[in-house]
Ligand binder design. Structure first.
Ligand SMILES: *Cc1c(COP(=O)(O)O)cnc(C)c1O
Length: 427
């Protein structure tokens, strides 16, 4: 069977396929650059595994307390080597990215300390962790204050405001690499390095932490290579490579990571406990695959930006910008288009392809949200997914794709559904 016929059997028309091929023809050099980063990062991960003598004994399951868990200890060394840090805490007991961030903050901020975000508002779920929105057990409840410096209108750092915000109480500075679902730009590793250098110049000894979610392996460097004292992320995003079924990581200075381990388990126990429950093979193999998986997701994001930009829709980042995370926003301008887009993503999924995404009220949102995902791991956003609140400017956020070919099919199917509904006309 020809490729076009195979695609037709999946519901993709020749016209949409050919439009996609036209767009792709212009992306060769972009994709080559993505491949080069992936090749470098693949070598980096292999070197980290070799340096730490990963072998079959690392894959054994442990239960109970998990004392002397060689595989768990070595996986943490692999993360530390790959990210260039003294220490790492990589655990299935860290349930998600928010949990990892809450552990890192809670462990290293004490009553009377102040937390500063020099990059504007943090990710939604951190509002309750910090106490920006009141919550039980927030940092605020424990006497940790919070301050933020807004970005300048063009999305760059407001160095004057940051200098003014740093005071004698400022203990930890949290820098979110990815824009997440905000409209500001995502920061490059180089920009983050400059920001950290500035903060440490104003206050030597201040702890700089980077929320690294969605950023891992997008560039050849990580924020830990440019001065971050801790980097924090989720294993059901980039570094889990789609195989990790749960988990989070905190990599950084040994003294800070040790406090995180004490916070996660208990003072005195720290990193010595935490059975791996047989999950280590997927954590190792997922980390091994992550550079390639991230490159597929990046190609999908670049392709989506160009497919929709040429049809006249505003896209963030735009079709030619350099990428610093895997998220792509497409402003579709109407609820009908958002729903059609999501139906296409869903129809291309290997799992749950037969269901129809419908808008739903979600806790924490003031409007309904539509989500499309057909994932092997629930909620995994390194797998192809799209979502967005049904309100102005009617933007869908699109991310992930375990393989480039799946991302490509998903994007083409999203366009197919728009064309079928008469909501987009091909040029
Ligand atoms: C996803 C994300 C988080 C939170 O991670 P969860 O795993 O959803 O709890 C925090 N910060 C950023 C920038 C993220 O993208």
């Amino acid at each position: 069977m020809e490729l076009v016929q195979m695609y037709e059997s999946l519901g993709l028309s020749r016209a949409v396929y050919e439009y996609g091929e036209q767009v792709l023809a212009s992306l060769e050099s972009r994709f080559a650059a993505v491949d080069q980063v992936a090749e470098y990062n693949q070598a980096k991960v292999i070197r980290a595994m070799q340096e730490n003598r990963v072998d079959a004994t690392c894959f054994a399951a442990t239960t109970g307390y998990g004392y002397d868990d060689v595989g768990r200890e070595r996986l943490e060394k692999v993360y530390a080597s790959a990210f260039g840090t003294e220490a790492a805490l990589v655990r299935p007991q860290i349930t998600c990215g928010t949990h990892a961030l809450a552990v890192a903050l809670g462990a290293n901020l004490l009553p009377g300390d102040e937390l500063l975000s020099p990059v504007g508002a943090p990710y939604d779920t951190l509002e309750e962790v910090i106490g920006i929105r009141p919550s039980k057990c927030s940092l605020k409840e424990y006497g940790v204050s919070y301050r933020q410096a807004e970005l300048l209108p063009d999305g760059s750092f407001d160095y004057d405001a940051i200098r003014a915000a740093i005071n004698e109480k400022t203990k930890l500075i949290t820098i979110q690499r990815s824009k997440g679902y905000a409209t500001r730009p995502t920061f490059s590793v180089q920009q983050i390095g400059e920001l950290i250098a500035f903060c440490k110049q104003v206050k030597p000894g201040v702890i700089c932490m980077v929320d690294n979610c969605y950023g891992e392996f997008v560039e050849t460097l990580e924020p830990s290579n440019v001065g971050a004292d801790m980097i924090v992320g989720s294993l059901i995003k980039n570094p889990g490579g789609g195989l990790a079924p749960i988990g989070g990581y905190i990599c950084g200075r040994a003294d800070l990571v040790e406090r995180c381990a004490y916070r996660l388990s208990a003072p005195g126990l720290g990193q010595e406990v935490g059975a791996n429950l047989g999950l280590l093979p997927s954590l190792y193999q997922g980390f091994f695959l992550a550079p390639t998986v991230v490159s597929g997701a990046l190609k999908g994001a670049i392709f989506a930006a160009n497919v929709y930009e040429r049809l006249g829709f505003p896209v963030v980042p735009n079709g030619s910008e350099e990428r610093h995370d895997i998220i792509q926003a497409v402003q579709l301008g109407s609820a009908e288009r958002m729903l059609a887009f999501c139906r296409g993503i869903q129809a291309a999924a290997p799992v749950d392809s037969y269901v129809t995404p419908v808008p739903w009220a979600m806790p924490g949102y003031d409007s309904e949200v539509v989500m499309a995902a057909g994932a092997f791991v629930q909620g995994s956003s390194i797998e192809l997914s799209a979502d967005g609140p049904i309100r102005e400017p009617y933007a869908v956020y699109f991310q992930g794709g375990l393989t480039w070919y799946h991302a490509k099919l998903g994007i083409l199917m999203s366009l197919q559904k728009l064309v079928d509904a008469g909501l987009v006309v091909l040029p």
